[in-house]
Design a protein around this ligand. Structure first.
Ligand code: 5AD
Ligand code: FES
Length: 353
């Protein structure tokens, strides 16, 4: 009978919170059906294509102190690094040669990168690679800052909201951060014309099934172009070092529900999922995901961008990662494509470039 709820969702009908809760509570028996329905819906919108985005982790300095995050300011055990503009563009050039057409510049909230500095880096990348999309993932900034960066050519922005529950948000973050500012950022980004990605960790300390149902309702209402979710994984030098890791299986089930809720959303099978389960990324694709974000950061700094323990792919060269992924993905019956992979607003097939 719960299968009927999946069918309802797959047909494009809305579920209410109770119904989402029933699905989540009965995930064991629904997993296969949910994944099957999610892949069917994904294939209708995007085919069996998996899009790749090259991730450049360009600074591990961060002014914040999120309880879960290994690069939090208070972690004095971490050796910090910043990439220069030319180091960043060099990563993108290498990525371009490997077939990447989207670059994601991600970092802690590092105000060394002023609007001017960051805007110049974006302009440089867009100038060298006008056929590429630039995605920023640099946390909370002012609306004016987002406007300047958008004007400089940034196309997309990833900012996980982390949780829709205010109290839960408070428990995960220091008092200097607020749920309201997080949401303000997401709505500003949307209004400024970015393609926006939000998201949350699965199994972060204090998260309940009730919260997860609210996450799905929030995502349905906000309609982001992308949703990034991955299991929470403890980091040994954070206040959450002794907390339990989030479940890869629950993450996979939620990927399927997100796909069914927003059929044309871009959905990454994240590195955290691949860390929690050695086959996590493949399973993510089989659960309805269609994006992978391999690392393009210089190998010398990868081990320093440790948001959580045991992060995978921190030793490999970019080229090694991409051939590894191609092989892994081919086993799922999907195929990695190298185009910009824009969000498909019109419901038809996206254009190749
Ligand atoms: N485990 C899993 N994901 C994490 N992130 C940060 N710390 C952890 C962790 N310990 C996620 C957050 C952040 C994104 C960049 O990485 O959701 O938004
Ligand atoms: Fe860097 Fe949270 S510790 S954004």
């Amino acid at each position: 009978m719960y299968k009927d709820l999946l069918q309802k969702l797959a047909k494009g009908e809305d579920l209410n919170k109770e119904e989402y809760l029933l699905l989540i509570g009965n995930r064991e028996s629904l997993r296969t059906d949910a994944a099957e329905a999610a892949c069917r819906v994904r294939n209708e919108h995007y085919g069996r294509r998996v899009f790749i985005r090259g991730l450049v982790e360009f600074t591990n300095y961060c002014r914040n102190n999120c309880n879960y995050c290994g690069i939090r300011a208070a972690n004095s055990e971490l050796s910090r690094y910043r990439l220069t503009g030319s180091e960043i563009t060099e990563c993108c050039d290498i990525g371009y040669g490997l077939g990447f057409r989207t670059f994601v510049l991600q970092g802690g909230e590092d105000m060394y990168y002023t609007d001017d500095i960051l805007a110049e880096i974006v302009r440089q990348i867009k100038k060298s690679h006008p056929d590429c999309a630039v995605t920023l993932s640099v946390g909370e900034r002012s609306r004016e800052s987002y406007r300047i960066l958008r004007e400089a050519g940034a196309d997309r922005y990833l900012l996980r909201h982390e949780t829709v529950n205010r109290d839960h948000y408070k428990s995960l973050h220091p008092d200097t951060m607020s749920y309201d500012n997080r949401m303000r950022c997401l709505y500003d980004l949307k209004e400024l014309g970015y393609q926006v990605g939000c998201g949350f960790m699965v199994g972060s300390p204090g998260q309940t099934e009730d919260d997860l149902a609210d996450e799905l309702l929030f995502i349905r209402g906000f309609k982001p172009e992308m949703v990034g979710i991955g299991p929470f994984i403890p980091h040994h030098d954070t206040p959450y070092s002794e907390e339990k890791a989030g479940s890869a299986e629950l993450t996979l089930f939620l990927l399927s529900l997100i796909r069914l809720t927003l059929p044309d959303v871009l959905l990454p099978a994240t590195t955290a999922l691949g860390t929690a389960d050695p086959l996590g990324r493949e399973k993510g694709i089989e659960a309805g995901a269609n994006v992978l974000m391999p690392n393009l950061s210089p190998s010398g700094v990868r081990k320093k961008y440790m948001l959580y323990d045991n992060k995978i792919c921190t030793g490999d060269e970019a080229a090694a990662c991409i051939s590894c992924l191609k092989m892994r993905i081919s086993r799922t019956g999907c195929e990695i494509v190298t185009n910009r992979g824009d969000h498909n607003k019109n419901g038809g097939m996206i254009n190749e470039i």
